[in-house]
Design a protein around this ligand. Structure first.
Ligand code: SF4
Length: 197
């Protein structure tokens, strides 16, 4: 008898159980007056906020101008200013172009950082020709533009534009990294105006 009494003391009587269940249902009813919003509704809102209409031409130019990959072409002292432009103080990677390509097939920009001799000219021309289209050239420094102080020398090419087309000229001997970055920005502007089709 005693054990039965103890056992009963820990079990809800049927009436109490019904009441507890009823209370739980009523509470749920009160808090369920409105349908729960569609959990995917945010997705539609996000899409609406993030849809951007543009032309293929603009998006291609935008991608190209912000992901220029320069081929390595450093025949002389201007190279150090180019290297400085790549280092942390000037940080060329801000423009999406920190990757210097050793292979011309994966590059679309040639920055001519140094004096070019006629002996080197065929190799530089070949590297340019191996770069896929579209491609661009920045003539960096007085030597890149016109041969600079070596212009009258028998062995110096008086400007890269004698052997390849140049898009932007950056003067100086050597140009500072800021000047090179300005030239790159000018090239980016030129690319943004380019018609792709
Ligand atoms: S422009 Fe001046 S710094 Fe640049 S490669 Fe010529 S001599 Fe050297």
């Amino acid at each position: 008898m005693e054990i039965e009494a103890i056992y009963k003391g820990h079990i809800y009587p049927d009436k109490e159980l019904d009441r507890a269940e009823g209370e739980a249902i009523e509470t749920l009813k009160k808090s369920s007056q409105e349908p729960i919003p569609d959990p995917d509704r945010w997705l539609e809102e996000e899409v609406e906020r993030n849809v951007l209409l543009t032309s293929i031409d603009s998006i291609l130019s935008w991608a190209r101008r912000n992901s220029l990959w320069p081929v390595i072409c450093f025949p002389a002292c201007c190279a150090f200013e180019f290297i400085a432009a790549n280092a942390s103080r000037f940080d060329l990677s801000r423009f999406g172009m920190e990757i210097l390509r050793a292979s011309p097939r994966q590059a679309d920009l040639m920055i001519t950082a140094g004096t070019l001799t006629w002996k080197m000219a065929p190799q530089v021309k070949r590297i340019y020709e191996q770069m896929p289209e579209p491609k661009w050239v920045i003539a960096m420094g007085a030597c890149g533009i016109s041969g600079g102080i070596f212009r009258s020398s028998y062995n110096v090419v008086p400007g890269y534009n004698r052997i390849i087309p140049v898009d932007v000229y950056v003067p100086g001997c050597p140009p500072r990294p800021e000047a090179l970055i300005h030239g790159i920005r000018m090239l980016q502007y030129k690319i943004s105006k380019r018609k792709n089709f």
